[in-house]
Design a protein around this ligand. Structure first.
Ligand code: G6P
Length: 612
């Protein structure tokens, strides 16, 4: 999604802002631009395509300045062209915008009436003209912005400069993430603190509705017109944790980081052979009343929720529903009393997930239902964490690759911890079960390391997918969501059409697609569904289909002419979905590399989906 970086300093900022944009590339974008103010004039460069192109054009045109705003745009209104790239200008005003201005058409009509000429198809350009218009009434940039913000409907973040106000930068957070970075004699804005890590480790996380005036030496934050103060957070996260560390792609690095990331996530909740007494103790007062679980998430996080549904119902007998946020939020869901709502989001900024949370909180209050909200998130400072009752944080570290890997497997590890906690609290998990699961969890990093050692075999297997146009992924039980996740990974980064299916559904449709040319990937863990799955594999073979199987080493599934097997070390059946996630990630990764796609930033996709 769109990314914003801006700053006001004594020094020249072009290089800093471009570097910041590079750190935001992972979010997904299709054009980029920068505006810099020097000697009372704003110079601007914009390019369709990558930040590298913008960097080259800034070098050639030698534009620079000590106040600037920069942007990566992920097209929503209008194609990814140079004219539609930000910053947008109106006279001496330049604006970068993240989010959507929902009433832009009405505002545009009004501005055109007033004589403004629009040079782009974006919703964002209205902001530049509105600020310009307001400045005609009062020559005060902060006041002009404060005057127009109530007119903008939607969720957005803004960075605004004006050539006639050379000592200030104005920023707005209204529904889209924006942080302030505090330097010495210089201050910055960014949609993600990662963009600002090269210049500071001191951040202020703005609240919705904050309007900020940044000068070189000061920051004034206004909320509903009043000057307010916000806490300064010092981060010890290093710049290098967001580097590729010798790997060809972030995605591969992040796949290899999984044993450590899972170990760290487990350490939050586990002692030697049991759940820590103080794990999620903030929930001790409210969780005993819980009778239902409702999980809400998008994309890969939704698949993590689907696995948790099996765990919740089969292990501890607690009813559990899972739904994608974009549907849930619009279908007027009935809120059951005593429900735990689990919102899963690695970023904690996904627009649909946040909207579902806000909607449910309102509905529950109106219907006087007892509910508890819990964020399962990788970003402690995110909106989701700030707006929920309870928080369970994955310890994945920054994930840069758009296709989620370590964020997913750490979500699974954390969800198992949560299921253990709920089972203990409601008395449906006995000590022996707890011990068995805890021991199995501790084994996971080791088994994943063994899976990573299979990388060469999986790479060899991946060659057989390069020329294919479609792929089926099959699994049963807890491997069904992993089949969905495998298919999602493959389509996201290799652009091969892939579908995940519960293998029992084969004969209700997808079997019609099976032929010589349709590879079928099967996840065959050693669980109680294995025999059923073997029958489904027979159905594929009987139709001339070719099977690519990740099979438990003791599954009895043999290699043959049309059945290619990579053997996976045996894992406890409950933990197996975490383990089998890794080979499907590696398979998709290698297919994508062989097809020459942009693995870390696949076309049309964004890491953090901050608009609907
Ligand atoms: C985007 C990302 C996915 C992610 C999904 C949900 O589509 O590309 O990797 O799973 O958003 O994101 P969240 O931050 O809410 O987990």
């Amino acid at each position: 999604m769109c990314g914003i970086v801006g700053g006001i300093a004594e020094r020249h900022l072009a290089a800093v802002l471009i570097e910041g944009l590079k750190k935001l590339e992972y979010r997904g974008y299709d054009s980029a631009g920068v505006a810099l103010l020097e000697n009372g004039q704003i110079a601007r460069a914009r390019e369709a395509g990558k930040v590298a192109l913008l960097e080259a054009s800034v070098k050639i045109s030698k534009i620079d300045g000590s106040i600037g705003i920069a942007h990566t745009r992920w097209a929503t209104h209008g194609k990814p062209t140079q004219d539609n790239a930000h910053p947008h200008m109106s006279g001496d005003v330049a604006v970068v915008h993240n989010g959507i201005i929902e009433n832009y058409q009405e505002l545009k009509a009004e501005l055109e009436q007033a004589g403004y000429v629009f040079l782009s198809q974006t919703d964002s350009e209205v902001v530049a003209h509105l600020v310009h218009q307001a400045l005609q009434q009062q020559n005060n940039l902060l006041k002009a912005v404060q005057a127009i913000v109530p007119r903008l409907h939607g969720a957005y973040a803004l960075g605004i400069i004006d050539a006639n106000h050379p000592d200030e930068l104005i920023a707005v957070r209204q529904g889209s993430p924006l942080v302030l970075g505090l330097g010495i004699g210089e201050n910055f804005i960014g949609s993600d603190q990662l963009a600002l890590l090269p210049v500071t480790n001191r951040f202020i996380y703005l609240e919705e509705g904050d309007i900020v005036r940044l000068t070189r030496s000061d920051i004034e934050i206004y909320h509903q017109g009043e000057l307010v103060s916000r806490a300064v957070n010092e981060l010890d996260i290093s710049v290098s944790s967001s580097d590729k560390g010798g790997f060809k792609h972030y995605m591969l690095k992040e796949i290899y980081e999984q044993p450590d990331a899972i170990q760290h996530t487990l350490s939050v909740g586990l002692d030697h052979d049991q759940l820590k007494d103080d794990f999620l103790s903030s929930g001790n007062a409210v969780l005993p009343a819980i009778q239902h679980v409702q999980i809400i998430a998008c994309g890969t996080s939704y698949h993590a929720g689907m696995v948790a549904k099996y765990w919740c119902e089969q292990l501890i007998g607690l009813s559990c529903q899972v739904e994608i946020a974009s549907e849930f939020r619009y279908r007027s869901p009935v809120v059951l009393n005593n429900t735990l709502f689990i919102y899963i989001s690695q970023s904690g900024e996904t627009a649909d997930t946040l909207a579902a949370l806000r909607d449910i909180d309102k509905r529950a209050a109106a219907a006087q239902k007892n509910i508890v909200s819990l964020a399962l998130c990788n970003v402690p400072t995110s909106s989701l964490v700030r707006e929920t009752d309870l928080h369970l944080l994955t310890q994945a570290g920054p994930e840069i690759g758009v296709a989620s890997t370590k964020a997913f497997t750490t979500q699974l590890a954390a969800l198992m911890l949560l299921v253990l906690k709920l089972g203990k609290i409601n008395g449906t998990l006995d000590d022996a079960q707890e011990q068995e699961l805890v021991q199995a969890l501790w084994q996971t990093p080791k088994i994943i390391n063994q899976c990573l050692a299979l990388d060469k075999d999986i790479e060899a297997m991946s060659r057989q997918f390069v020329e294919k146009r479609h792929t089926l992924f099959l699994g049963r039980g807890t491997q069904y969501p992993i089949a969905l996740e495998g298919a999602l990974k493959l389509k996201e980064i290799s652009y091969i059409h892939a579908e995940g299916y519960a293998a029992g559904e084969l004969k209700h449709g997808p079997l019609a697609l099976v032929d010589n040319d349709m590879p079928v990937v099967v996840l065959a863990a050693n669980d109680f569904m294995l025999d059923k799955l073997k029958s489904n594999m027979q159905e594929v073979q009987a139709r001339g289909g070719e099977l690519f199987v990740f099979a438990d080493e003791h599954s009895g599934i043999a290699n043959s002419d049309r059945q290619h097997v990579v053997y996976i070390p045996t894992a406890n059946a409950w933990i197996a979905p975490i383990v089998y996630s890794v080979p499907v990630q590696l398979l998709s990764y290698h297919v994508a590399v062989l097809r020459g796609t942009d693995v870390d930033q696949p076309r049309n996709l964004a890491k953090s989906v901050t608009v609907e």
